[in-house]
Write a protein that binds this ligand. Structure first.
Ligand code: DGL
Length: 262
């Protein structure tokens, strides 16, 4: 099984992309709805939660973990890779590589939670790959709660987005990294507000592509993980009607959410 975790529903955008790009691999998803958002918590707390989530997924029999949360990836990926022997993939490297590949003018914007932006992980990895580039980051702490609430088309969400994106509009960026797996759910609002000529990089799709690549290069693991008849399972630490509706919106079908406390 492939284990995927996020602080909430955002990682389901990753699970969906994995389903589409790598069919036949059953997933175990864990969304820590009871503790979301991670992005406003301290690094120690995010690391502790990430270890607990990984322990839960490994106990379900997962042999590969995807950190489907930029806040957790930017803060806890090193610690998880040091501590566990299974492969741990995350959203940041693949999204960075894509942004560098796509940008023509070398001016890249990044939006993410406070934890992700404060960690500086995107600047660091973009500049490591493309030293002359300029990176402009903007923390958008209100977006995760708005998405978790299901406010995907509300006037308030549009106003808040306009305010967050305003500083980036004057930077002549040609590429914007959606540095949070919740943000693809707001893509239809972000595109027109940042400008149609700016390419949006969806970290969910990029990590699914990197999984595909990883499995191609690890045939033994690929054979063990591939079980076309097995069903994916979706666990959450809390479940609300908004979360159930969002899961249905993301997958385009009803999803059974199993409540568990990790
Ligand atoms: N989807 C998570 C991310 O990619 C949201 C993090 C949070 O809970 O703040 O960052």
């Amino acid at each position: 099984m492939i284990g995927i975790f996020d602080s909430g529903v955002g990682g389901m955008t990753v699970a969906r992309a994995v389903e589409q790009l790598c069919p036949g691999y059953p997933l175990v998803y864990f969304g820590d709805i009871a503790r979301t958002p991670y992005g406003s918590k301290s690094p120690e707390t995010i690391i502790r939660y990430s270890h607990r989530n990984t322990d839960f997924l490994l106990a379900q029999g997962c042999e590969l973990i995807i950190i489907a949360c930029n806040s957790a990836a930017s803060t806890a990926a090193h610690s998880l890779r040091r501590h566990y022997r299974v492969p741990v993939l995350d959203v940041i490297g693949p999204a960075t590589a894509r942004a560098v590949q796509v940008s023509r003018n070398g001016r890249i914007g990044v939006i993410g939670t406070r934890a992700t932006v404060k960690s500086g992980v995107y600047e660091e990895s973009i500049l490591a790959m493309a030293p002359g580039h300029r990176v402009y980051s903007q923390a958008c702490p209100l977006l995760v709660p708005l998405v978790e609430e299901g406010w995907l088309n509300r006037r308030e969400t549009k106003m808040i987005l306009r305010k967050y994106l305003h500083p980036l509009r004057s930077r002549q960026i040609d590429t914007l990294v959606l540095g949070c797996t919740h943000y693809p759910l707001l893509r239809h609002l972000i595109g027109p507000r940042i400008g149609r000529r700016v390419s949006l990089i969806d970290s969910s799709i990029e990590v699914a592509r990197s999984l595909q690549d990883y499995l191609e290069h690890h045939p033994g693991l690929r054979r063990r993980l591939q079980r076309p008849d097995a069903e994916s399972r979706f666990f959450v630490s809390d479940s609300t009607e908004a979360v159930q509706n969002l899961a249905r919106t993301i997958f385009g079908r009803p999803i059974t959410l199993e409540k568990t406390d990790v």
